[in-house]
Design a protein around this ligand. Structure first.
Ligand code: G6P
Ligand code: MG
Length: 222
């Protein structure tokens, strides 16, 4: 049972800011350059998983050399960096800052746990980097989502246990990772997040009290 919420752990892409399409467009650019087939379904398949795993899903069984893999990931990232160059605080998704403010007022810690290697640059552009007590990303952890390591590391770095922390996720792989880690999971958006304890369209207007209530109802329903 969730008695007290001691920490909030946010995924970044698709939760704090909507970079999902920027990732997809960057892969699309690469796919066109190198002659790979890419479909609209890839958009959700790339959510939450690392650059390596995204390429793996795009390759769809095609075998290429490790050097070519590195080169294609580098090129995708160049496209992505060009896309995110224009990010500003106006790109923070609705509800995020209010939730951070509420957490501060209640003495609740906040972390980011993301499969991205671009977390620092994105959070800097959003002017949010100083709002988190801990930032855990794919530069620090080898096994990214759907493995629970990023979230477990984030909880450990905040000094809390998973059962006292809420995870916010927009990706199926991310929801799975947080569930395996033993966290309370809030699924956000339109992708496949129905396994989360509570699923919401967005964080707009969401308060911690409302989340606590929805979580206890979900618990009663079992
Ligand atoms: C996040 C996104 C994924 C992306 C991954 C790696 O988890 O949801 O779509 O593939 O980060 O991002 P990176 O910025 O390191 O290429
Ligand atoms: Mg995400």
């Amino acid at each position: 049972m969730l008695l007290t919420i001691q920490a909030l752990i946010f995924d970044m892409d698709g939760v704090i800011t909507d970079t999902v399409d920027r990732h997809f467009q960057s892969w699309k650019q690469l796919a066109h350059e190198v002659g790979l087939e890419i479909t609209p379904e890839h958009r959700d398949q790339f959510r939450g998983v690392s650059r390596e795993e995204s390429l793996h899903r795009l390759l769809n069984g095609l075998v290429i050399s490790p050097e070519t893999k590195q080169d294609w990931m580098r090129r995708k990232n160049m496209h992505y960096l060009a896309y995110i160059a224009s990010l500003t605080p106006a790109d923070i998704l609705p509800g995020v800052v209010d939730l951070l403010d509420e957490a501060d007022a209640k003495g609740i810690k906040k972390a980011v746990a993301s499969s991205s290697r671009n977390v620092h640059i994105v959070l800097q552009k959003l002017e949010l980097i100083h709002r988190f007590d801990s930032i855990v990303d794919a530069n620090m952890i080898r096994r990214t989502k759907p493995e629970p390591d990023l979230f477990v590391w984030a909880a450990g770095s905040l000094g809390v246990t998973p059962d006292t922390a809420l995870v916010f996720e927009d990706a199926q792989d991310g929801v799975e990772a947080a569930l395996v880690g033993g966290f309370h999971v809030i699924g956000l958006g339109s992708a496949r997040v129905e396994k989360a304890h509570v699923a919401l369209p967005s964080l707009e207007g969401v308060t911690l009290d409302a989340l606590r209530e929805s979580l206890s109802k979900a618990e009663i329903r079992g």
